[in-house]
Design a protein around this ligand. Structure first.
Ligand code: GLN
Length: 188
């Protein structure tokens, strides 16, 4: 089984490593041709959503990825990846894929709490370490969206049909549980 990882900016290499540890091949998506390969899921990594959003269009990756997400391919968006999926951004004018019916606030923890670690439960996954880096959180969810993780009353993980969006970075911890959960979901 192969999982595609958007690899134009941000923490994509760490996701590829996590997949490798699970015995799954990660395919780096840098250009349109990379998507001609067979894969059964997509990871949108953390990084800078504005930069990734711009590169998605410039590199002509946007339409094909959107089509795959809309056609039900499992997708995991972490941090900036969650921002790329969100239908609404409360403090940013532009949206990107807009396929996940939630409202996300970018850099929601402000400067002082810019980065922190915690441990919390994710429904279906269990307790896992979470690393937040200039993280967004989810302010509102629309009907049909399942909240799978909260930290300090803020929503930091959601699931909607084929899409999982999380505020934190599991790929910088040594815990494989979330990736395992995603990979197992793509096999269904
Ligand atoms: N602050 C970044 C953004 O708005 C997200 C940070 C991250 O992915 N670690 O895109």
């Amino acid at each position: 089984m192969k999982i595609a990882v958007l690899a134009v900016q941000g923490a994509f290499a760490e996701h590829i490593d996590m997949l490798k540890k699970l015995g799954v091949e990660g395919i780096e998506i840098r250009k349109k041709r990379d998507m001609e390969q067979d894969f059964s899921g997509i990871i949108l990594p953390g990084g800078e959503s504005t930069v990734m959003g711009k590169l998605l269009k410039e590199l002509d990756l946007y339409d094909t990825l959107l089509e795959k997400i809309n056609s039900g391919m499992p997708v995991l968006g972490t941090c900036a990846g969650l921002i790329l999926l969100a239908k609404k951004l409360s403090n940013h004018g532009e949206t990107y894929f807009g396929t996940l019916p939630v409202t996300v606030k970018r850099n929601a923890y402000g400067r002082q709490l810019g980065s922190f670690n915690t441990v919390a439960n994710v429904t279906g996954v269990g307790e896992i370490p979470m690393t937040f880096i200039r993280a967004p959180y989810i302010e509102e969810v629309e009907e049909g969206v399942e909240v799978i993780a909260t930290v300090d009353d803020n929503i930091v993980g959601v699931k909607y049909k084929n899409q999982i969006g999380i505020s934190f970075h599991p790929e910088v911890t040594d815990c494989l549980k979330l990736h395992k959960y995603f990979v197992e979901n793509t096999e269904l």
